[in-house]
Ligand binder design. Sequence first.
Ligand code: ADP
Length: 218
Amino acid sequence: AKPSGNKSVLVIGLGRFGGSVAATLDQMGQDVLAVDKNPELVARWSAHLPTIQADMTDVLAIEQIDASQFDTAVVAIGDSIEASVIITGNLLDAGVSDLWAKSVSQEHARILQRIGARHIINAETDAGKRVGHLVAGNYLDYIEIDGPYTVVKVHTPLYAVGRSIEDVQVHDKYGVTVVGLKAPGKEFQYGSKELVMHRNDELILMGKQDQIDHFIQG
Ligand code: ADP
């Protein structure tokens, strides 16, 4: 019996990661209930969010909170892989199907996946990859999508300056889609074949990593 309208989300673990997830959901008007076993954290967060103190490895706690009534649960525990795995398993047993779990290693991710967590968040590796790309300076921004696809923001490659998307054959030659283009001080424009790329324009590209790199190099 889930409430109609908003999504109800159970967030377990109010560390830096879980706290940030819970606060974001709350700001977006979702029904959040946050749980942590640490009373100090619970006291600190309870001014901002509905918060409960409980050790969620305990099946009784899962029952008391009535976890099965939530549409979604986020297991944000990295300090104990054991607790993360037990809680994920208990929530799945309770019938929470839309489950997001934070993993701290590949092994952890594999176990979470095997027990049936639908979404695994590799927060540190994802952030590390992203920062690597940004530090290397190839991209102004970078988002990895499931599978091999990425969305990146780059400046117009030198060889493409003054040429249109059609002329450079961005899609046919490189397999890359220009989602849009932002010239300094101007409105964002959606990608279309007539669009001319100028120096210092920011291009939003989508494609596979190697294709995007190929396009950037010309
Ligand atoms: P971060 O790296 O994002 O700061 P941590 O892994 O350090 O996250 O934080 C995990 C949080 O989960 C801690 O606040 C901890 O008290 C909480 N936690 C750990 N085990 C349990 C449990 N069994 N039940 C409820 N909360 C737990």
